[in-house]
Design a protein around this ligand. Structure first.
Ligand SMILES: [Zn+2]
Length: 379
C-alpha cells in the first residue's frame, strides 16, 4: 500500500462516489464534503437545482471583507463504451498516477482546494472571509453554478475566484462562452407523390442553414481568445422518404467572446433563421475573461514559478467552466482557472491525475490564500 498525503487520500475517497452525469448523482459526495468542511469550522449551505443534485457553499468569516473563493464541480462524465483497465471508482495509484473517473476532472482539484482551505482557515482573522463553492451538474452546462448564481444570496461576496479545473496547475485567464441552440421548423405532411399538398419543413430548415453559414457576428476578434464561431452540428428532418416532412430541427453550437451578450446573440440568430424558427437554448455559458494585468492575477503569477518552472504568460482554454456564471454573480471578480491534471486526459478511458500535481495544487491554493489574507507562507 502506497502512503499518500491527506489531499490524495481525499481525492481517492471522492473518486469512490459515483457522480456520473448522467448516470449517477452528486448527493452522497456533496454530503461527505459538507461534513468534512463543517468539521473544519465552515458554515455550509446546500442548494439543489434538482432532486439528488445538490451544490454546496462553505463559508467562514464575518462577511466584512471580500472573500477568496475556490470553486469546482464533483460531477463527472460517464465512463464511455471502452472497457477500463483500472476500476473507475477505485482510486488506484500506480507510480505518480491516480486513476479513476474524475481523477483529473476534477476530484483531484476539489481535494486540493478543500485541504488548502482547511489548512488556512484556522489561521484567519475573524473578519477574513473564505468561500468554497462545490457544485453539481457542471458537465451538462454549469447547471449547479447557474442555479447558485440565480440564488445570489447563497454565494455571498467574493473578491477573487479560483476554479480548480485541470490545467496542469497553469493559471489560465479565460475561455470562450458556449451558446448551444436548437431551432425547429414546422410544416405540413402530405404524400410524397403530391408534395404541392404539403409544406416541407426540411426546405425551410435548409434555407435557414444556408443563411447561417454566412452569419456575421459583427465584432472583431478578441486579442487572446480569437473570434466567435458558429457550427451547425445536427440536422434532423423527415420520417420516411415518401412523405413531405412536417418537422425539421437543427442544432447550432456557437462559441462566444467576452462582451457578446447571449440574449442579443439569440435575437440575431432568430432574425437570421426567420420568424418561423422556434429557437430554444440547450447550453448557455458566458465567456470568461480576466485581464492578465489585474494586480491579483499578477500576484498569482508571481507565486507560480516554483510550481511550474516559469512565470506564467496569459493563456486561455477551449472548454467552458463554472468560472463564467460565478464571475458574473460576483460582479466581475477576477477569476483564474488553475488545477491539477491535463485537460487532454479528462473525459477519457483510464482517466488519471498525477499525484504530484494534486499535492502541488493544494500548496498553490494555500499560497494564493496566504497572499490574499497577508499571512506568512507556511508548509
Ligand atoms: Zn470539469
Amino acid at each position: 500500500m502506497t502512503t499518500t498525503s491527506p489531499t490524495v487520500s481525499l481525492a481517492r475517497t471522492l473518486i469512490g462516489f459515483d457522480t456520473r452525469n448522467p448516470g449517477g448523482d452528486e448527493s452522497a459526495c456533496i454530503e461527505y464534503l459538507c461534513h468534512h468542511l463543517r468539521d473544519a469550522g465552515f458554515t455550509v449551505e446546500l442548494s439543489a437545482f434538482a432532486e439528488g443534485r445538490p451544490s454546496l457553499v462553505a463559508r467562514r468569516g464575518s462577511g466584512d471583507r471580500p472573500a477568496l473563493c475556490f470553486a469546482g464541480h464533483v460531477d463527472t462524465v460517464p465512463l464511455g463504451k471502452a472497457p477500463w483497465r483500472t476500476d473507475p471508482f477505485g482510486g488506484e495509484i500506480e507510480g505518480d498516477r491516480l486513476y479513476g473517473r474524475g481523477a483529473c476532472d476534477m476530484k483531484g482539484g476539489i481535494a486540493a482546494m478543500v485541504i488548502a482551505a482547511c489548512r488556512v482557515a484556522p489561521r484567519l482573522a475573524a473578519n477574513d472571509d473564505l468561500i468554497l463553492v462545490i457544485v453539481a451538474g457542471e458537465e451538462t452546462g454549469c447547471l449547479g453554478s447557474r442555479h447558485l448564481a440565480e440564488h445570489r444570496e447563497l454565494l455571498g461576496d467574493a473578491g477573487a475566484v479560483v476554479v480548480g479545473e485541470p490545467t496542469g496547475n497553469y493559471p489560465l485567464v479565460g475561455h470562450k462562452g458556449a451558446l448551444w441552440l436548437s431551432a425547429r421548423f414546422r410544416g405540413l405532411t402530405a404524400h410524397g407523390a403530391m408534395p404541392e399538398k404539403g409544406d416541407n419543413a426540411v426546405y425551410k430548415a435548409a434555407t435557414a442553414v444556408g443563411r447561417l453559414q454566412h452569419f456575421d457576428f459583427g465584432m472583431p476578434p478578441h486579442p487572446h481568445l480569437g473570434g466567435p464561431s458558429l457550427n451547425v452540428g445536427t440536422f434532423h428532418g423527415g420520417l420516411n422518404i415518401n412523405s413531405v416532412p412536417d418537422v425539421a430541427e437543427i442544432g447550432i453550437d456557437i462559441r462566444t467572446m467576452p462582451g457578446l451578450d447571449h440574449n442579443d446573440l439569440t435575437r440575431m440568430i432568430q432574425d437570421c433563421l426567420g420568424s418561423e424558427a422556434e429557437v430554444s437554448r440547450l447550453i448557455d455559458v458566458n465567456a470568461l475573461w480576466t485581464p492578465p494585468e489585474h494586480p491579483w492575477v499578477q500576484t498569482v503569477f508571481r507565486i507560480m514559478p516554483p510550481f511550474i518552472g516559469e512565470t506564467p504568460t496569459p493563456r486561455t482554454v477551449a472548454f467552458f467552466t463554472d468560472g463564467a456564471p460565478l464571475q458574473a454573480a460576483y460582479g466581475g471578480a477576477p477569476t483564474l482557472i488553475l488545477g491539477p491534471g491535463a485537460s487532454t486526459i479528462a473525459h477519457r478511458t483510464d482517466e488519471f491525475c498525477p499525484v504530484s500535481e494534486i499535492d502541488a495544487a493544494a500548496m498553490i491554493y494555500q499560497r494564493i490564500a496566504e497572499q490574499w489574507y497577508e499571512l506568512p507562507a507556511s508548509d
